[in-house]
Design a protein around this ligand. Structure first.
Ligand SMILES: O=C(O)CCC(=O)C(=O)O
Length: 254
């Protein structure tokens, strides 16, 4: 990384050290889970804001990204409130990104997702859908922020440890990517926890059988040379732009 990137990452607090356990989990399993990242007041504000956006946007929800059957998605959170700034620019997340990418990266998108009662099942997938002739290069890092308590019964996402070390996509090697996988583990955690993962790791949303609220955020980061999922320049509002620091603008590439 050149000095401009180093300076911006330093300003964003991304030079804080990761614990040996986090480093080991990221390298061995492809993911690490941190608890108590979000306190009760912050959680309450996030829940309120997601629900307000869902009501306000109605059938325009997630036009910036895509909708998914049996699921509510809210896209482009970066331009929908100040409460999200501490999410997409969270120092621990950025420190983990710096470690996983090992090179320059930027924000790809920040969206919310909630599986409806009885809905939300996804096949096992990697977020990077292209072949990986450049394996083990990392193109994407994702974070799942639990805004509500997550348990297996309300559709906590599953993830297959170690699959970031496989160059194949699950749909190319599994008989049925929808089926239960023998090694799957679930992100069962209290609200306020965050899973940071190398997004080549196979994972997927599960069915919300219980029917309790199950709001999560997806904060996605991408290699700086790749195209972000959401074109941040295109969607940046004047209001957001006016409050961004130079380092945040660099992170968003706007
Ligand atoms: O929200 C979840 O449970 C995971 C969703 C996911 O992996 C995705 O939308 O790509």
């Amino acid at each position: 990384m050149d000095t401009i990137e180093e300076r911006h990452l330093d300003a964003l607090g991304a030079n804080l050290p990761l614990t040996p356990q986090m480093i080991d989990e990221l390298e061995t399993h492809g993911f690490t889970i941190i608890h108590n990242v979000v306190d009760q007041d912050w959680l309450a504000e996030m829940r309120r804001t997601v629900d307000m956006l869902v009501e306000r946007e109605g059938d325009q929800l997630a036009i910036e990204h895509h909708q998914e059957e049996t699921v509510t998605r809210v896209a482009n959170l970066i331009n929908k409130g100040t409460v999200w700034e501490k999410v997409w620019a969270h120092p621990t997340v950025l420190a983990a990104c710096k470690h996983i990418f090992g090179g320059a990266f930027k924000i790809s998108s920040l969206n919310a997702r909630e599986a409806h009662p009885g809905g939300g099942h996804q096949p096992l997938h990697a977020d990077w859908k292209k072949p990986r002739p450049d394996y083990p290069k990392v193109h994407l890092v994702n974070t799942i922020w639990a805004i509500d308590d997550l348990c297996k019964e309300n559709g906590a996402p599953r993830i297959i440890p170690g699959t970031h070390l496989r160059p194949e996509l699950p749909e190319d090697v599994l008989d049925d990517p929808e089926a239960t996988h023998p090694n799957e583990v679930y992100l069962e955690c209290p609200a306020g926890s965050v899973m940071i993962f190398n997004a080549h790791t196979w994972h997927g949303g599960m069915i919300n059988h219980l029917g309790t609220r199950r709001r999560v955020l997806h904060g996605l980061y991408i290699d700086r040379a790749d195209d972000a999922q959401q074109d941040q320049k295109k969607w940046l509002t004047q209001e957001t732009s006016s409050r961004l620091t130079p380092a945040q603008k660099w992170l968003l590439e706007v």
